[in-house]
Design a protein around this ligand. Structure first.
Ligand SMILES: [Fe+2]
Ligand SMILES: [Fe+2]
Length: 144
């Protein structure tokens, strides 16, 4: 297993934990498929579909967190968004390449460490502030 879900950092909002769990599961599935491809090249179609799904998921993940932060006027918003943008720009550039091997390598070798570190710091602090402000999901209204 690439990432042990039980070892992955948890934050104070279930909504965010759920989104993170989904991405951990997708990365674990990608690692399995890449191993499987060595003996069964036909899984390439599943890998391609998963790569697309992962990018879509991550865009939504970041956009939802950013929307929640804007609603509570969270001061570290620019720093948090900058981290999102940096990774998303890297992923998007790799995704646009015809050869997807570099994207696979990035997802399997670089992203797990980044994601763990990001969730344990930026997301952790952000979730605590959101919870204090009564925001638990992107669609929630701020309690007054
Ligand atoms: Fe997150
Ligand atoms: Fe984040």
């Amino acid at each position: 297993m690439l990432i042990d879900p039980d070892d992955f950092p948890r934050v104070e909002l279930d909504f965010m934990n759920r989104v993170h769990d989904e991405e951990v599961a997708m990365l674990n599935r990608l690692a399995d498929l890449v191993t499987q491809r060595e003996t069964d090249p036909a899984v390439q179609a599943d890998i391609d579909a998963l790569l697309n799904a992962f990018l879509t998921h991550m865009r939504r993940h970041f956009a939802d967190e950013e929307a929640m932060m804007r609603r509570i006027a969270f001061p570290p918003y620019p720093v948090h968004k900058q981290e999102h943008d940096r990774v998303l720009d890297a992923l998007t550039a790799l995704h646009e390449q015809t050869d997807r091997r570099e994207l696979e390598r990035f997802l399997l070798e670089e992203l797990p460490g980044w994601l763990d570190q990001h969730v344990a710091t930026m997301d952790m602090i952000t979730a605590r502030f959101l919870a204090m402000q009564g925001v638990s999901e992107p669609g929630d209204n701020v309690e007054t």
